[in-house]
Design a binder for this molecule. Sequence first.
Ligand code: RIB
Ligand code: CA
Length: 309
Amino acid sequence: MAEPRPILLDCDPGVDDALAILWIAAHPERFDLRAVTVVAGNVGLECTAPNARRMLDVAGLGAVPVYAGAHRPIMRARGKTSKMHGGDGLGDVGLPPATRAPEPLHGAQAIVETARACDGRLHLLATGPLTNLALALLLAPDLPELIDGITLMGGAAFGPGNTTPAAEFNFHVDPEAARIVFESGIPIVMAGLDVTRQAVLSPQAMARLSGPDAPLQGLCGSLLAGYHDPCLHDPAVVAYLLEPALFESVAGHVAIVTTPGDTAGQSVAAISERHLAGRAPNAQILTGLDQPRFEALFLNSMVTLGTSL
Ligand code: RIB
Ligand code: CA
């Protein structure tokens, strides 16, 4: 069995981010979660930071450090807090409060220092606006040599956005950050709305995520009940790392629109030779998902985690 992969999760919990944390926690044999960095997104940093701590504590990962990062996008004013995740960002399910404050280091610096400590083996998962990753790239120009890649939830390569007709939420919040990341040269796997809109749970699966005899599944069910979006956007990132064969993908060059206006944050994907126009692909764009196998994998992982706690 290979060594667990060193990973860092940058997120904005957020119910679907929280489910991604649970999914990571269910597989210590696959993931060595070195740190979680948080960013303002679904809710403000004053909620996303404690929410990450709360989820790590409930998932048995109390030793994993949390670092607070950017409280606002690089160039734009902070947008409206999303109501999709409940008032506290975790579906108002009443989880115990965070057991401790975030570490003193800024999240962007924590990304750099964690990468340095992993000798080039660190893989970044990103499930929120990309502000922390962009700041880390500005802090450490050698960061692309220090990490082995980024698997992120964000964008919409071939379809409409969910926040504007053109842009998905994470890229819409901070288009400049997304552009810095996609122009960094780091290998990127992009789980955009093209694939995460397929990451839904059937009613049969939802029925298994409840009931007093399975407390962790019950927590998932409660979180999902407080989440006003049927798609498990962020967990798709974890599913890809666990089982890439669940997905179909295409290599492409993704450009992020940063001009002000209705297209800000749009992810423009070129895949044909004509559209690439000599540019090399900068991302592997996920386009298809085997939903039944995704759902089964998620449920099995939640059962595994529930029995391990
Ligand atoms: O567009 C969906 C993404 O925006 C998810 O990551 C969700 O948590 C929000 O951050
Ligand atoms: Ca998120």
